[in-house]
Design a binder for this molecule. Structure first.
Ligand code: ZN
Length: 252
């Protein structure tokens, strides 16, 4: 019965990548379908925050959702939960549309989520789409693990990618949700390395270093590149998931 339901949640699967599911699986299940199972539950964690003039505010949610859908397509025994769509994004609060619940609220949310879900889930995997959630996620997962709950996390990391609303994220969105990308509004932001920008960002947020909110350069992004990036992220996450060896901070 589960496999039939799973098949309905994915819009399509292509050789190049996986399209995001419209309806997260957990939302579709009934409780008797989970009775007696101890599934690994995958929870996308995103953020609602500015992504420059050309990408939607929920970019990080869409990316985390797409990675979770990619995992589900390759490992149908997983259960994918609806995303935790809000995160810690105070660095972007200089731009309208950003809604950050901050470190304390996110930590509590993740810990209570884990405590509740682990009453029936065997394992809990947070798929993180927003770098600003990282310190909070580590704290929450460490707490859950300390309490004996088998929680872990993986990043939606794109090796060598630019930090924010640049070529990597724009390519990913072009692959995942092409209609959500305003390519005509894409323009370069601050292209200096993040390590150079961090001191100014800590004091004044993204707005202090980038007028348009972009860190990187979205010009040159493409759906083809996005499909490749997404496939790489899913491959890496899947390998980590199959190994399931949480390191310091609970990262797989
Ligand atoms: Zn982002």
């Amino acid at each position: 019965m589960l496999s039939v339901r799973r098949a309905t949640t994915l819009l399509s699967v292509s050789a190049a990548g996986v399209r995001v599911c419209d309806v997260p699986l957990l939302r579709e299940l009934t409780w008797p379908e989970l009775r007696g199972t101890r599934p690994t539950v995958v929870v996308p964690v995103g953020s609602v925050e500015q992504h420059g003039p050309h990408l939607p505010l929920d970019t990080d949610v869409r990316i985390a959702d797409a990675v979770a859908a990619g995992l589900l397509a390759r490992a149908p025994e997983l259960v994918v939960a609806p995303a935790i769509a809000y995160g810690a994004a105070g660095e972007h609060e200089g731009f309208p549309g950003t809604v950050s619940i901050g470190h304390e609220a996110l930590r509590l949310l993740l810990v209570e989520y884990g405590r509740s879900a682990c009453r029936w889930a065997g394992r809990l995997l947070f798929v993180n789409g927003h770098g600003g959630n990282l310190a909070t996620l580590v704290e929450a997962v460490e707490r859950l693990r300390h309490e004996g709950r088998d929680a872990a996390w993986v990043p939606c990391a794109t090796p060598g990618g630019d930090p924010h609303a640049g070529r990597s994220e724009t390519s990913l969105l072009a692959a995942i949700a092409p209609n959500a990308v305003h390519a005509d509004r894409a323009e370069p932001g601050n292209t200096a390395p993040l390590s150079e920008l961090l001191p100014a960002m800590r004091a004044g947020g993204t707005a202090a270093v980038s007028r348009n909110g972009v860190l990187g350069n979205p010009l040159g992004a493409s759906a083809e590149e996005g499909h490749r990036l997404l496939a790489t992220i899913v491959d890496n996450c899947l390998a980590a998931l199959r190994k399931w060896s949480p390191g310091p901070g609970g990262r797989l």
